[in-house]
Write a protein that binds this ligand. Structure first.
Ligand code: BG6
Length: 483
């Protein structure tokens, strides 16, 4: 079947500061929590040089434009812009001025995220729970809005807070490296979402005329089997994976059902407090939000945990079948035999994206949606600057088809950004898991387009793509169907 991508549907790609910029000690950038985290003995890689976007951005943005990409999502580095002593680093602002100017010169619309996992180093021990994070974030947000607000029309307050929180407080794979601290995870997520809401209201109060959103890694959460126990596992998994954030960000309040599910996953004796002032801010920010970003890579199939022990085995090297994920009292995530997986054990399940888009549409207020990240991580070894990444093309085609299906069914999706424009650092996997449309040779800094970049250029020019199947046959119940 031939599908048509609407002419006004934005095709773009995504980048993040820490994963691509490198230049970690250049022009007054101060350390972020990731610098110390990846300097721990045995880490095996770090972000000091990354893909050196700092010195290659002109070339990378020009290449994106030449391949038909009309938009880029990029994050700014807080520690490049606001120093620990509260003063502004003009060289940090000047770097992003050059990046944004290059986007504009090439007709590429910048979607600027204030924040993507890289807290300043002062918060290394406690992460977002450290005192003063929200106040510092809002000071930083004000500097960014006031400086770039005349040229940037799309801001994101933050990307993937749930990923940051689960990895930081549950799996221990991100700083601050805590394990199975469910109560802290819930409180830290709530704190981040209040900060997000305050940033939305701050932006609106400045009347800059652009739009503001947030990106959430919206992973589908399904029961592995249609049993009561698996449905319960999926519901409990979903409340932290999606439901708490969606309620707060899109509805401005947590439903009673959401609060009761949070109660079910909190450890005995731990509670979760909110106050009227925060709830009022959350309500106003949800009503003022201009768009919602969906990052989608995979879904999860949940079953009942085996016993009272939590276990995480991280497959950080791409050795298929080596991962395990089980949180006592919540869920055990398993793969499904009929769903293919990547070398990193991420299932490839485009229907999860379709159903997530429908869930947003059916359960929350209508708001424009962008798929702010989707893509496939692969081990890649080019020959003579040629890389035939057909698996990535297939992945992108299937996920774009899922988006088009959702649009046909009434969801207002405005664009899709491929993760990522260029290869970069994968937080917990290093440099061997590549996502780029453009290959980066880390030894020389040189880049070249992969076959997927050429495929995307053809798609952008002709707006036609071949899809193999209709994605949206519903055969599986998701956690949200149950409520
Ligand atoms: C997204 C993050 O959720 O997942 C990206 O926003 C990240 O920063 C991407 O790179 C893929 O994850 P990973 O662990 O494979 O690099």
């Amino acid at each position: 079947m031939i599908r048509k991508v609407p002419q006004d549907f934005l095709l773009g790609a995504a980048l993040s500061a820490y994963q691509m910029e490198g230049a970690a000690g250049t022009d007054g950038r101060e350390p972020s929590v990731w610098d110390a985290w990846l300097a721990r003995p045995g880490s095996g890689y770090d972000g000091r040089a990354a893909s050196d976007f700092y010195h290659h951005f002109e070339e990378d943005i020009a290449a994106a434009a030449a391949h038909g990409l009309r938009a880029l999502t990029l994050s700014l580095s807080w520690s490049r812009i606001l120093r620990a002593n509260g003063t502004v680093n003009p060289d940090g602002l000047a770097f992003y001025d050059r990046v944004i100017d290059a986007c504009r010169a090439h007709g590429v619309e910048p979607f600027v995220a204030l924040y993507h996992f890289d807290l300043p180093d002062a918060y290394a021990r406690e992460g977002w729970l450290a005192p003063g994070t929200t106040e510092a974030y809002l000071r930083y947000a004000r500097v960014v809005f006031q400086h770039f607000g005349d040229r940037v029309r799309h801001f994101l307050t933050m990307k993937d807070p749930v990923t940051e929180i689960t990895q930081g407080y549950i799996t221990g794979l991100f700083p601050p490296g805590q394990h199975f601290a469910l109560g802290r995870a819930v409180r830290a997520l709530y704190k981040m979402l209040v900060a997000h809401a305050q940033a939305v209201l701050l932006y609106k109060s400045l009347s800059l005329g652009g739009s503001i959103g947030i990106a959430h890694r919206a992973e589908g959460v399904y029961p592995l089997r249609e049993t009561k126990a698996d449905l319960q596992a999926a519901r409990r998994d979903d409340v932290l994976t999606n439901r708490m954030l969606l309620d707060i960000v899109l509805a401005g309040r947590m439903s009673l059902r959401t609060r009761s599910l949070i109660g079910e996953i909190l450890p005995d004796g731990e509670s979760f407090a909110t106050n009227d002032e925060e709830l009022e801010v959350l309500g106003r920010a949800a009503a003022a939000l201009d768009f919602f970003g969906v990052n989608y890579y995979a879904s999860h199939f949940c079953t009942k945990p085996t016993d009272g022990t939590s276990r995480i085995t991280h497959n950080g090297v791409g050795e298929r079948g080596t991962s395990a994920y089980e949180i006592a009292g919540i869920s055990r995530r398993l793969s499904r035999e009929d769903v293919p997986t990547t070398d990193w054990d991420w299932n490839i399940f485009p229907r999860g994206l379709y159903e997530m888009l429908l869930r947003l549409h059916e359960e929350y207020r209508a708001i424009p949606i962008y798929v702010t990240e989707t893509g496939l991580g692969l081990h890649e070894h080019p020959t003579d600057s040629v890389l035939e990444d057909d698996d990535r093309i297939d992945y992108l085609r299937q996920h774009l088809a899922a988006v088009l299906d959702a649009m046909e069914d009434g969801v207002d999706v405005r664009g899709l950004f491929v993760w990522s424009l260029i290869d970069g650092l994968s937080w917990t996997n290093g440099y061997d898991k590549r996502y780029g449309l453009f290959y980066v040779d880390y030894a020389t800094g040189s880049r070249f387009p992969k076959k997927s970049a050429d495929w995307l250029r053809d798609l952008a020019e002709r707006r036609l793509m071949l899809t193999l199947n209709a994605i949206h046959t519903r055969t599986t119940k998701s956690a949200s169907d149950e409520n």
